[in-house]
Design a protein around this ligand. Structure first.
Ligand SMILES: *Cc1c(COP(=O)(O)O)cnc(C)c1O
Length: 437
């Protein structure tokens, strides 16, 4: 019998664990998983002590890398005092201080914080707040949502309806809320037409809409697709004109991922509601928040039947709150956004240089995101992304593509040497994976 502990982990995994977003048959038959034992800084370490640069910050969340000493210390300190309490009729320091701290750095006008525990629920909360707001404030006919083509907002049935990625919707078609679909501009030339189409949609259907929900500027799950911030600005103006709530899903784009703290800052606008998760707790604990304006909050004041009867067991969890509060302190004191600027420039430069590689299309970058498409010429395209993944893994990076989109979204504080190594690995992995065989 083998004595490598890895064998037992993989054996139990394949017998019992149902992996997310994974075709389990081919996983069981063909995949030799990366077995992570530890992670430090920008690196994952496997059971054999081999390290891999974490190119996507572990599903876009570890904005400050793994094992940041200040976050660990905040968690340890909090765990000795209070691990959990409900937030129903209870206040605690972590939830109070975090709400104050996040509102201070939030886009203007966002003054109230509703806690939940993941990105999907942060958006689900926004949907329910919007519906109930209109139901009890004189516009009960506002029951529909508008959202973007190829948008992604998470996993619950409510936000699945908002999502515009066909492959994720298909199994649930017919069981989802009816959502109006709006196309974001995919090039500068398309901006005017996209704004005009949005204007028509709101003119025709604005009266029946509770909210327009959109990711700010970057559509992550769609394959790191960017749209012009002017489109978001137009959305703000049109939502104002038709009195429709604008919800910005900043679960991925928040916390400096695109440069500024919030991606809606590229457009110089504030939404009526903003959803934050992932970077909110820097990937340490499940923690999320939906921020709202005073107007939304005040729409729930008055008699008890106007209250928002909603709350997850772990909303405002003291451990998560302590960590999330420390995350904001680290962002401020370690000047994380400023320090990331030269790193972002290196990502942009390196991806733009990869345009010269045969088979590479549309290299693009914004903030701490770099992405490229594996071009359409190759007939073995279907598994080109997979080959890039394997090549990168052999070279010491965990670089999981989105279909044929190869991207990096590393921790914002990735050490320069790790970033250089990662960019070199991306380049050589793409080169080798696309080379004619
Ligand atoms: C990841 C993501 C979500 C869902 O967050 P979970 O924590 O996985 O539920 C929602 N919206 C966007 C834009 C995301 O990237």
């Amino acid at each position: 019998m083998s004595s490598d502990p890895r064998d037992r982990i993989v054996e139990l995994d394949k017998r019992r664990v149902w992996h997310p977003y994974t075709a389990m048959q081919s996983y069981r038959e063909r995949v030799d998983p990366l077995v992570v034992a530890e992670a430090h800084g920008a690196r994952l370490v496997d059971t054999r002590g081999r390290s891999y640069i974490d190119a996507n910050a572990s599903w876009w969340s570890c904005a400050l890398g793994h094992g940041h000493p200040r976050l660990i210390e905040a968690l340890r300190r909090q765990s000795e005092r209070l691990c959990h309490t409900s937030l129903a009729g209870v206040a605690h320091e972590g939830a109070s201080e975090l709400a104050e701290a996040i509102c201070r750095v939030a886009p203007s006008g966002l003054e109230h914080v509703f806690y939940s525990d993941n990105g999907s629920t942060a958006v689900e909360v926004a949907m329910k707040l919007a519906l109930q707001y209109w139901a009890q404030n004189g516009r009960p006919e506002r029951k529909r949502f508008a959202a973007l083509q190829e948008g992604f907002h998470g996993e619950t049935l409510g936000v699945t309806a908002l999502g515009g990625l066909e492959v994720f919707r298909r199994p649930f078609e017919g069981a989802l809320l009816d959502v109006l679909r709006v196309a974001p501009p995919r090039s500068d030339d398309a901006l005017d037409a996209a704004c005009a189409a949005l204007e028509r949609t709101l003119a025709e259907s604005g009266d029946s809409l509770a909210a327009l929900v959109m990711e700010s500027v970057v559509q992550g799950a769609a394959g790191m697709k960017f749209y012009a911030p002017d489109f978001l600005r137009a959305a703000r103006q049109l939502c104002d004109r038709h009195d429709v709530f604008l919800v910005c899903d900043e679960v991925f784009t928040g916390y400096g991922r695109t440069g500024p703290m919030w991606a809606c800052e590229h457009a110089g606008i504030s939404p009526d509601m903003l959803c934050s998760a992932k970077g909110f707790s820097a990937g340490m604990l499940p923690m999320a928040a939906t921020l709202t304006t005073r107007r939304v909050f005040e729409g729930f004041l008055g008699a008890a039947d106007r209250a928002f009867y909603y709350g997850h067991t772990f909303c405002g969890n003291p451990l998560g709150a302590a960590v999330a509060r420390e995350v904001l302190a680290v962002f401020e004191e370690e000047r994380v956004l400023e320090a990331a600027k030269p790193k972002a420039e290196r990502i942009a430069q390196s991806f733009s240089e990869m345009e010269a590689l045969p088979g590479v299309a549309r290299p693009r970058a914004i903030g701490m995101i770099g992405a490229l498409d594996l071009g359409a010429s190759a007939d073995y395209l279907a598994d080109a992304g997979w080959r890039v993944y394997e090549e990168a893994r052999a070279r010491g990076a965990y670089l999981r593509p989105l279909g044929n989109v190869v991207y990096v979204a590393p921790p914002l504080n990735i050490p320069d040497a790790d970033l250089e190594e990662l960019l070199a690995i991306v380049r050589s992995s793409v080169e080798v994976a696309l080379a004619p065989r």
